[in-house]
Design a protein around this ligand. Structure first.
Ligand code: DON
Length: 319
């Protein structure tokens, strides 16, 4: 029996090889200066564009890194995945489908046209309209209570205390007229579930949470590990909801580039205009990368290239 078990057990992963591949990815794209940092949020335009970091966290809590992994950047749209997880936990999977939808828009992340065209108006929880609606659905007596719960949940997913980047929050709050307009339009269509101004404020705070690539990879690894944080061992989300969350990430997580991303990597991922991207490898771990220069869809160029390279070298396409 013991022999049979040994035979069946998977080959131990080669961790030296993994570190070597991460180092290769860093070197390959270190001098790639294509794209430009987001500038519609003034504080983001001031971030040092040459920063570049990569971290992998496995479901058993091992960490592998290269580059500027200590730098704390704003999580931005990657937050949308984790607020979705909270609302799915509270309201169930069916409510997500009915109230928010799960269709990619094929349009930019802050599109108003998509609201006019899509049956659910909000499209899916990972574009701005859908994410603001998701935040508006969160249970909580006040905006302050919702925000407190969000920060606590994100921290539990990272396995470390996270904080708001005040400069980013203030800069975005002072310039987010478009998101306010989106929230009001959703309200007019009857798909805003809290005061639109309050929902946008909580959403803007959640986007301004500061994170390192290691913390981001840990958040992704929590999804990969059935909702259990690999550092603390705490079960932070219901494993039953994770296939639905990852499915929405695969179809909508990289905005109007999601189809090509899925074709190239076969990995559910989410990007943010702060320059971060996290890709989840179910049952194994997560790869996070950060670099501020973005492409036209709002996805970090070097982060995409690094994650695609690592996933191809490791042959971890889920299909
Ligand atoms: O609402 C916004 O525009 C930003 N706080 C987040 C957008 C974002 O990260 C899109 N990502 N690629």
């Amino acid at each position: 029996l013991v022999e049979a078990q040994v035979e069946k057990s998977p080959v131990a992963p080669d961790y030296n090889k993994l570190q070597q591949i991460i180092d290769e990815a860093y070197k390959l794209f270190e001098n790639d200066s294509a794209g430009a940092p987001a500038d519609y949020i003034p504080e983001l335009a001031r971030v040092e564009p040459d920063l570049f970091g990569i971290s992998v966290v496995t479901v058993d809590g091992r960490v592998f890194s290269a580059g500027h992994v200590e730098h704390c950047f704003s999580i931005q749209s990657i937050s949308k995945v984790f607020t979705l997880a909270m609302v799915m936990e509270q309201l169930g999977q069916q409510a997500i489908l009915e109230k928010l939808g799960a269709e990619p828009t094929g349009l930019p992340f802050n599109s108003v046209t998509a609201i006019e065209q899509q049956a659910t108006r909000v499209g899916n929880p990972l574009v701005n309209a859908g994410a603001i609606a998701t935040t508006s659905l969160l249970e909580g007596k006040s905006a302050a209570a919702k925000w407190k719960n969000i920060l606590a949940f994100y921290s539990a997913c990272a396995g470390e205390e996270l904080e708001l980047l005040k400069d980013i929050y203030e800069s975005e709050a002072a310039t987010n007229a478009r998101n306010q307009a989106i929230a009001r339009l959703l309200d007019a269509y009857g798909v805003m579930y809290d005061d639109p101004e309050k929902a946008v404020d909580v959403y803007t705070r959640q986007c301004s949470v500061g994170i390192t690539t290691k913390q981001l990879a840990a958040m992704g690894a929590t999804l990969a590990a059935g909702g259990i944080n690999p550092f603390t061992g705490v079960e932070v989300m219901n494993a039953e909801n994770i296939p639905q969350i990852l499915s929405i990430m695969l179809s909508c997580g990289m905005y109007d580039y999601s189809g090509t991303w899925s074709y190239l990597t076969g990995l559910p991922a989410k990007s943010g205009v702060g320059g971060g991207i996290v890709a989840v490898v179910p049952g194994k771990g997560a790869i996070a990368a950060f670099s501020p220069r973005l492409d036209g869809a709002g996805n970090s160029i070097r982060a995409q290239k690094a994650i695609a390279y690592i996933s191809q070298q490791l042959n971890i396409n889920i299909f």
